[in-house]
Design a protein around this ligand. Structure first.
Ligand code: NAP
Length: 294
């Protein structure tokens, strides 16, 4: 394919800079955003063009990327009245970066095939900073050929991409990612809570144990901000609840036993109840503030 024409649907915290990387790399990008002002600002910043509906953005595109909120939102931009699937060119590739269920990934894969097109689920990890710095990790599900076509383009904002199997496999891998994060954040929260109750200087403890086996991305990047009670660093509790609900639904299907993930999902629900919906996920520690069991 000579330089493909691209469309990008959803210019949120993640999509705005991701689409920007594509245009900066020299691709011809048409963007769509439900709230048009963001699309206007994007075109002023990066160039390219904007369309009024997902279908209008998709009609000339060889590859269409989406990064919206949840299953419902993805269904609307893909299959809704003005959805992109109404206008896909034969052979077009639809790449979804939203974190959604494996079920909708498989549904869109079937819908794409019926149109002579391709679908790839491609959820991302790395947060707002990863999107802005072009350093995302991308977990792919779908067929090898469209994945190979899209991969060089994904390099505009990825530092690692991997095809993990048929449609839905990328979403299943993202679920593994979220399961791992949930347990680690709770462990770090309990460690910092214990350090405080034990009368230790928590920052000094982290300085030393982060050089040993307790080290983690969460410890490196969030321990100090958790000690400082700052919870404005990207991935929101509401998004994590969405993701863990998806994980627990999938576990119902495949029989996986996830006792800690289930508990941490309930703990995040407590954080929401005290108004922490938009706090970042390290705010899990706030449940433990001023808490003693005896
Ligand atoms: P966000 O800032 O809330 O942006 C969501 C985008 O989706 C906006 O462009 C929004 O349009 C659009 N949208 C939502 N519902 C829609 C609908 N029904 N029809 C059309 N457009 C709709 O979210 P984000 O942080 O970019 O996250 C996007 C996805 O990436 C989520 O699935 C999230 O779980 C995942 N993710 C996020 C992070 C992170 O750190 N933020 C990290 C990894 C993965 P409007 O502008 O009109 O609201």
């Amino acid at each position: 394919m000579s330089s493909p024409k691209l469309a990008f649907l959803g210019l949120g915290v993640m999509g705005y800079p991701m689409a920007g990387h594509l245009q900066k790399a020299g691709y011809d990008v048409t963007v769509y955003n439900r709230t048009a002002t963001k699309a206007v600002a994007w075109v002023e910043t990066y160039g390219g063009s904007r369309a009024a509906t997902p279908a209008a953005a998709a009609e000339e595109a060889d590859i269409i990327f989406a990064c919206v909120g949840n299953d419902h939102d993805l269904r609307q931009v893909a299959l809704g009245t003005d959805g992109a699937f109404n206008a896909l060119k034969p052979g077009a590739i639809f790449v979804d970066h939203t974190t959604v269920s494996a079920t909708i990934a498989r549904e869109l894969d079937q819908a794409a095939r019926a149109l002579g097109c391709h679908f790839l689920d491609a959820p991302v990890s790395g947060g707002q900073a990863g999107a802005e710095n072009g350093a995302l990790t991308i977990m792919l599900g779908g067929e090898e050929e469209p994945s190979a076509t899209v991969d060089p383009i994904l390099q505009c904002y990825a530092r690692k991409t991997k095809l993990l199997g048929t449609a839905g496999s990328g979403q299943l891998a993202k679920m593994v990612n979220q399961i791992c994060i949930a347990g680690v954040v709770q462990g770090l929260s309990e460690g910092l809570h214990f350090a405080k109750e034990a009368g230790l200087d928590a920052a000094a403890v982290i300085e030393v144990i982060s050089k040993g086996a307790a080290q983690s991305w969460q410890m490196e990047n969030r321990a100090q901000t958790m000690i400082d009670n700052q919870f404005d660093f990207g991935f929101a509790v509401d998004w994590m609840r969405k993701d863990l609900d998806i994980v627990l639904d999938e576990a119902e299907n495949n029989g996986a036993d996830l006792p800690v993930t289930r508990l941490v999902n309930d703990f995040y629900s407590e954080v929401q109840q005290k108004g922490g919906n938009r706090w970042d996920t390290s705010s899990l520690i706030t449940r433990l503030h001023n808490r003693k069991v005896k």
